[in-house]
Design a protein around this ligand. Structure first.
Ligand SMILES: NC(=O)c1ccc[n+]([C@@H]2O[C@H](COP(=O)([O-])OP(=O)(O)OC[C@H]3O[C@@H](n4cnc5c(N)ncnc54)[C@H](OP(=O)(O)O)[C@@H]3O)[C@@H](O)[C@H]2O)c1
Length: 189
């Protein structure tokens, strides 16, 4: 069975995801976005297992130290340079395929869902993967300055679902910033 890859991201209107190593809207906090991120990435479908989060080295270090590793999840950091996991992380992998191999070998008995949590090049690899994919996208409706971007979500490759369990369809508003949640699924060829 081919494993579904789940991606989760919050984007500005121009698909910007980061600025200077942080979120574009930093120091504003979008707490309902964080809450959805935590709920979706930490809740396994199979009791007794844990979800896996796969992230780039810069995304790992963008998480405040006190919140690393992301709790109740198996944290895999991608790096071509690091030979050992950075302090607090569970695993390091030298490329995306190696991270997925780890999930299907060493972690096969305890891993549940795989969540890709950024940044740019890892999202790009996920978007180009032949595996079935699901994307949870927070559309932030205000433009902030960005230096890191999410790839285009092509309508011929991904369809927007009308609804998804556990994901609110309401427009969210916090600290003067409006945003809404969207869920996409890949259209398998
Ligand atoms: N808005 C959101 O939802 C969201 C989500 C995540 C991140 N962000 C933001 O995005 C920014 C960080 O993202 P980024 O794109 O700059 O960096 P990143 O992808 O998190 O990290 C880049 C590093 O990851 C490693 N890497 C990337 N692809 C790899 C691969 N295929 N194989 C092995 N290693 C790989 C390399 O590490 P080495 O240099 O060690 O080899 C590379 O330098 C921050 O501003 C963060 O706040 C936003």
């Amino acid at each position: 069975m081919t494993r579904t890859l789940n991606g989760i991201v919050a984007v500005c209107p121009d698909l910007g995801i980061g600025k200077g190593g942080n979120l574009p809207w930093h120091p504003l906090r979008l707490s309902k976005d964080f809450a959805l991120f935590r709920k979706m990435t930490s809740t396994p479908l199979v009791a007794g297992r844990q979800n896996v989060v796969i992230m780039g080295r810069k995304t790992w270090f963008s998480i405040p130290e006190k919140n690393r590793p992301l709790q109740n999840r198996i944290n895999i950091v991608l790096s071509r340079q690091l030979k050992a996991p950075p302090a607090g992380a569970h695993f390091v992998a030298a490329d995306f395929a190696a991270a997925l191999r780890l999930v299907d070998s060493e972690l096969a008995e305890r891993a549940d869902q795989v969540w890709i949590i950024g940044g740019s090049s890892i999202y790009k690899e996920m978007m180009e993967s032949p595996a079935p994919r699901r994307l949870i996208v927070t559309r932030v409706q205000k433009q902030f300055e960005c230096d890191t971007f999410f790839p285009e979500i092509r309508p011929e490759q991904f369809r927007l679902l009308p609804e998804f369990p556990g994901v609110s369809q309401e427009l969210q508003e916090e600290n003067g910033v409006s945003y809404k949640f969207e869920v996409y699924e890949s259209i398998q060829q």
